[in-house]
Design a protein around this ligand. Structure first.
Ligand code: CAA
Length: 387
């Protein structure tokens, strides 16, 4: 029985910062950011959006009323959680009107949380073929103003509906893992921005990629030439290119793999890092922008979560997949964002970091998203539908 991604949706903030403006403000050569890092724009998240609203906006676009009744598991992967106890999944369930006869919970292992949720959901459907599982991967990447990581900031959410006989991607039961206790990137409970040892994190990422790729080859007797594309967790898009280049000599068709990689980083370069969702935004980018994905094409996916967990797994494009709607929706979403000046970005960044626990109401006049965070009252977040 084929199991995998039946529907996929994406949402990000209505605001972005142009990376060339950031380079000028930080006295950096623009090509360092455009080519050396591989980013063009980054989403800037206003106080009216958090991981719950980002994920609700992504999921609402893909779910039918029938899906909402059939879903019996909601898994929310994030490292930007809004509560130390209650899961973001419960809020999604009520905001979207998903059946109460569901397991709803949140999971965490840095950027790996989306993949952990996806694989757990696939295994649930293997045991219960009539089930549908909603997997959400949403984050806001913050490193701080004037830090080396600033150019890689971003945020957004990917929503995936998993089912048997999926329309988009069939996940194979072939995957390899590697984990170890590494201090490359983390965020203590009292911090809103990350602590990172940037160059070390790059090294560990490549190390874990090579380990899981080699384990995969040995375990399943497959070579690089068996794959039509390899896609990666993209903290910034050059990172994936570095990983691909580290094994490209094993390929007899390097130009094809590099062209597929270019298709897979189009949207990530315009959004920035969204931690748990970055690999799946890259998947959306490949699906929407590649013209070489026939039904049955084999894709390799590398997932990495600092701290650290790596997983390499494989999947096949469904024979029923058609990318026209996905491409149109992504183009519309990303074209309709508002550009911020550096000062506006810095103000929005600082206001998100300095939010107090007091009762407050946010100005909603500049955020017309379906779901918004309207304010806080008595330690509760006030979510609102504007549909
Ligand atoms: N034209 C073209 N390229 C240029 C250039 C120019 N004028 N000037 C510099 N470059 C290139 C450099 O050669 C370098 O390329 P290589 O990496 O291929 O050598 C690239 O631009 C970056 O230059 P630096 O290494 O000097 O940049 P930096 O020290 O300012 O920081 C960084 C880069 C470490 C990635 C930093 O942005 C950072 O800390 N980012 C956050 C951490 C991160 O994303 N880590 C990734 C792995 S961890 C992970 O994946 C989990 C996660 O999501 C966080």
């Amino acid at each position: 029985m084929a199991i995998g991604i039946d529907k996929i949706g994406f949402f990000t903030s209505p605001y972005y910062l142009d990376i060339v403006d950031l380079a000028h403000a930080r006295n950096e050569e623009p090509n360092k950011f455009l080519i050396g890092i591989g980013q063009k724009k980054q989403s800037v998240i206003p106080p009216t959006q958090d991981v719950v609203t980002l994920a609700a906006n992504a999921a609402e676009k893909i779910l039918s009323t029938a899906d909402k009744q059939q879903i019996d598991m909601i898994i929310f992967g994030t490292e930007t959680g809004i509560d130390n106890s209650k899961s973001a999944a419960i809020y999604i369930q009520s905001l979207l009107g998903i059946s109460n006869q569901a397991r709803s919970f949140e999971i965490k292992q840095a950027c790996y949380g989306g993949t952990a949720g996806l694989q757990m959901g696939v295994e649930h459907i293997r045991l219960h073929p009539d089930s549908k599982v909603l997997v959400l991967a949403a984050d806001i990447a913050r490193y701080g103003i004037n830090t080396p990581g600033e150019v890689t900031q971003g945020g957004g959410a990917v929503a995936m509906l998993l089912a048997a006989d999926p329309q988009i991607l069939e996940i194979e039961d072939k995957r390899t893992f590697y984990s170890d206790n590494i201090m490359d990137f983390w965020r203590p409970l009292y911090r809103k921005d990350a602590v990172v040892d940037g160059h070390y994190s790059n090294e560990i990422y490549i190390d874990f990629f090579k380990r899981t790729w080699e384990l995969y080859q040995q375990k399943y007797n497959r070579q690089l030439d068996d794959f039509s594309s390899l896609i990666f967790h993209l903290p910034y898009t050059k990172m994936g290119l570095k990983a691909l280049r580290s094994i490209i000599d094993e390929s007899n068709h390097p130009q094809t793999l590099l062209a597929q990689f270019e298709a897979s980083r189009v949207y990530n370069a315009l959004v920035g890092n969204l931690y748990t969702g970055s690999l799946y935004l890259s998947l959306i980018s490949l699906l929407a922008n590649s013209n070489q994905l026939a039904g049955g094409s084999l894709i390799g996916l590398f997932s990495y979560g600092s701290g650290a967990q790596g997983e390499f797994y494989s999947a096949r494009i469904s024979n029923r997949f058609d990318n026209k709607n996905l491409k149109r929706e992504m183009t519309d979403l990303l074209a309709n964002r508002q550009q911020l000046t550096i000062d506006q970005y810095q103000d929005m960044y600082r206001s998100a970091l300095s939010l107090s626990n007091e009762n407050q109401k946010f100005d909603l006049s500049n955020d017309s998203s379906d779901f918004v965070l309207a304010g806080r009252q008595d330690d509760q977040r006030l979510y609102q539908s504007q549909k």
